[in-house]
Design a protein around this ligand. Sequence first.
Ligand code: TA6
Length: 279
Amino acid sequence: MIIEKELEDGFKYLEIKNAHAEAKITLQGAHIFHFKPIKKEPILWLSNLAQFKIGKAIRGGIPICFPWFGKHKLDPSLAQHGFARTSIWKLVLSEELEDNTTHIILELTSNLETKKIWNYDFTLHLAVTIGEKLDIEMTITNRDKKAFEISTALHSYFNISDIENILIEGVEGCRYFDALSKKEELQNEKLNFTEEVDRVYFNISKNIDLVDKNRTIKLEQEGSNSLVIWNPWLEKSKTMSDMEDEGYKTMVCLETANALEDSQIVGVGESHVLGVVIG
Ligand code: TA6
């Protein structure tokens, strides 16, 4: 079942329910803000103070960072993480498949507004399959007459029992850039959390496990060389109006990405695919 819903101020989203799971996706940002397999805890985290407002990014779920991740390289006045997460996307396909999964495709094409910020012609397609697992594939196509450079992320917020209970497996041996100390470091062991973490890991393996007390969430990544790992901890949470002070305890971001040195050049007529299967 796919239902088109609207909040009071005209904020539109899709609610999907099938034999495997339920999910919610907004048209602004193609933002998946809920995914829950049947009889299981939600996999994605959503802030209790998340705001659903036109032009504002939602705190939680899976914001899409495009055409740049983080701050713009040259112009810090431009929106952090680009404009895809606050642009209105178009629903181009929704179908229920024979295996009872639901397939949705959303599209964002360059327009006068996006070209004022980033002067290139492009198409983004976000293909989402909602089943026992959540399968996401973003295809970025260059429709311009010149190549462009992008950095991207599926900035996924995961729902966890407690930040001090979890362990990230699959990052051992990876080099990372620490956005807090601005230094490069080597991750020798599996990652656990005792303080704020904001890092970009490079040459990351395809499979990452988020090991929690009573379950393991698995990420199977495609087209991604970096993984961003973020938890704001207490002090930073206090500075965010859309996050409760203690909100950091039940979330962690593991972001399938091509960030910093992994930025991609997409040639004329070429496509770049970034994807993740979560379950
Ligand atoms: O992905 C980590 C990060 O870039 C952090 O530095 C932190 O600021 C976070 O994203 C959230 O960014 P936002 O613009 O959504 O507040």
